[in-house]
Design a protein around this ligand. Sequence first.
Ligand code: UD1
Ligand code: CA
Length: 455
Amino acid sequence: MQNSLEIVVLAAGQGKRMGSEWPKVLQPLAGQPLLSHVLRTARALDPASIHVVVGHRADQIKQHYANDNLNWVQQDQQLGTGHAVQCAMDQISPDSRVLVLYGDTPMVVQTDLEYLLATPADQVALLSARLPDPGRYGRIVRDGHDSVIGIVEFADADDAQRAICEVNTGILAAPAAVLAQGLDSLSSNNAANEYYLTDVIAWSVASGTPVNGVVCVGTDAVLGANDRRELAALERVYQRMQADQLMQQGVHLIDPSRVDIRGNVSTGSDVFIDANVLMQGSVSLGHGCKIGFGAVLIDCELGANTEVLPYSVLEGVVTAGDCSIGPFARLRPGTRLGRDTKVGNFVETKKAVLGDGSKASHLSYLGDSSIGQRVNIGAGTITCNYDGVNKHQTVIEDDVFVGSDSQLVAPVKIGAGATIGAGSTVTKDAPAHQLTISRARQRSIDNWSKPSKKK
Ligand code: UD1
Ligand code: CA
C-alpha cells in the first residue's frame, strides 16, 4: 500500500521585508493571496491532509480560509523553517509521506511536484532549480558523484559555495518518521540563529537515507516574494505565464506584457485583446470578441463577436453576441445585453436587460430596467429608479423610441411602439403606439427685446 501524502505549508513568518501590516502570505499575486496559489497546487496533488503552520497574525490568515478544509498548526515563535515543520509533526501520521511547501513560493508547478514525488517514498526528495543569478537562495551542495550532500544558506556560505548556481526551492518530500528524526537533530548554530529545515538534508545523507535532488524544469517555481520588489517581479512573471497560456489558446494579444488577469479567462477562437486590459474573476469571451484598450472586465460572459471599445468598465455583464459597448461605458452587475445591441459612450447600466437590437448610444443611466427589442434610448435618458428609500422598476416594451433628455420616473411602463418626446419627464405609464410628451409647449415672443447695459 502507498503511504498517504500529508502536505505541510509554512506560513508563520512575518515577512518583515515586505514592510506591511499584513502577513506576507496574504500579499496578493494576480489578485489572490500568495498562500492561495500554494494551496491550489497542494490540493491538486490530492493529499490526505494539508497542515498550514501559522504564527504571525495567525487569526487573520485563519479567518481568510475559514471555509477551507485545512489543519492549522500554531508556531508561536518563528524559530526557523525546521522548527515550523517540527510544530506540525505530532499531527502527522508516522507512516505517511510529508511534502513541505513554503507559503511565500507560489509559482511551484504541479508537474514538478509530481516528478519530485516519483522518488521512492522511503527516500528524501529535494526540489532545486538552476538559476543564472542565484541571489540569496540556499545553495545545493553536491559531491564528486553529483549526489546531494547538503544545503548551505546564503548567509552561512563561503565564496565558493555562493558561486553555486543550483538553489533550494524550499520544497522537499520525506517519510514522516525520517523527517521527525532529522528535525530532532537540528541546532540553531548558524548565521540566523534559526532551526533550518535545510539542515535535514545533510543529516539525512549522514544517517543513511538517500537524498534525491530533483531539478525543476523551469526556473519560476523557485521564485519567492520577500519584499515589494520581488512581489512586483513575481506578478509580472505570473502575468506573462498567463498571457502565454492565452496565446497558446489562440488569443491575439497585442502585447502580452500589458494584460492583467486576476482570475480565470476562457476564450473562443479569434479573440482579440488590446493593451492594458484587466480581466478579473471569471471572464468568458466568445468567438471573435474584441476587447479594446484599457477595458476592465470583471465576472463577465461575453457572447460571440461582442466588441468592447476602449476604457469601458464591465462587471457582472452577460451579452448574447454581436454587441457593441463603449468607449467609456460603465456596465454594472445584472446587465444583460441581447443580440445586436449597442451601449455607447458615457452610458451606465445596472440590473438592466436590453432586448435584441436595442440601442442606448450616448449619455444615459439605465438602472432596474427591462427594455424590450429594437428600442432606441435617446441621449441623456435617465431612469429615475430611486425615490430616496426604495428602488423601482422601469419597463420599456418592444419598438419604443425614447427621445433625448427624458426622465422616466419609476415605477413606470412605456407600452410597445410608444414614442416619448424629447425632454419629457414621464411619471405615469405611457400607452402603446402613442406619442407621450410632457415638456412645456414652445412659444416665441415677437416684440421682445434684449436687455441693454445700464448707463
Ligand atoms: C528559505 C530556505 C532557502 C531557500 C528559500 C527558497 C531555509 C532555512 N531556507 O529561505 O534555502 O532557498 O527559502 O525560497 O529554509 N516560516 C515559518 N516559520 C519560521 C520561519 C519561516 O513558517 O519560523 C515560513 C515563512 O513564513 C515562509 C517560509 O517559511 O513562508 C520560508 O521562510 P523564509 O524566512 O522566507 O526563508 P528564506 O530566507 O526565503
Ligand atoms: Ca522566502
